[in-house]
Design a protein around this ligand. Sequence first.
Ligand SMILES: Cc1cc2nc3c(=O)[nH]c(=O)nc-3n(C[C@H](O)[C@H](O)[C@H](O)COP(=O)(O)OP(=O)(O)OC[C@H]3O[C@@H](n4cnc5c(N)ncnc54)[C@H](O)[C@@H]3O)c2cc1C
Length: 109
Amino acid sequence: MVEEVYDVSKEIVTGVRLRNVKSDQVWDQEVDGFFLAIGHIPNTKVFKGQIETDPDGYILSKGGARTNIAGVFHAGDVQDRTYRQAITASGAGCMAAIEAERFLESEGL
Ligand SMILES: Cc1cc2nc3c(=O)[nH]c(=O)nc-3n(C[C@H](O)[C@H](O)[C@H](O)COP(=O)(O)OP(=O)(O)OC[C@H]3O[C@@H](n4cnc5c(N)ncnc54)[C@H](O)[C@@H]3O)c2cc1C
């Protein structure tokens, strides 16, 4: 965990103070720059117990855009742990829409 970024007041970055959250060890590390990555948690809590996910909460694909529930399809960041980009999410949305249409047709709806 980053506890402090050094020399921001001088409008430069010279180092960071780091803490190992498991061992509580603290140390200073010289660095030339600092980029913050916020991470990603798929927003699938609402489906818990219904749609199958992996241990991190990403929906498990059953091929194409299919989930474990017939007629329920996945698209975007809730299933994609690799790319997580707007363009891949929109492509996945198109796939899900086509599969949904075919599902409805196959059900005579
Ligand atoms: C800071 C940041 C920067 C990014 N920069 C880029 C970039 O430069 N280029 C790029 O390609 N991608 C970028 N991405 C990634 C991109 O935004 C996502 O990959 C994309 O938006 C995923 O689309 P999605 O439809 O899966 O999810 P989202 O866009 O998150 O859409 C999900 C929608 O569902 C709604 N929702 C959630 N829960 C419920 C509910 N219970 N009921 C009804 N609606 C609900 C939400 O309000 C939201 O509108 C960035 C993401 C972040 C966070």
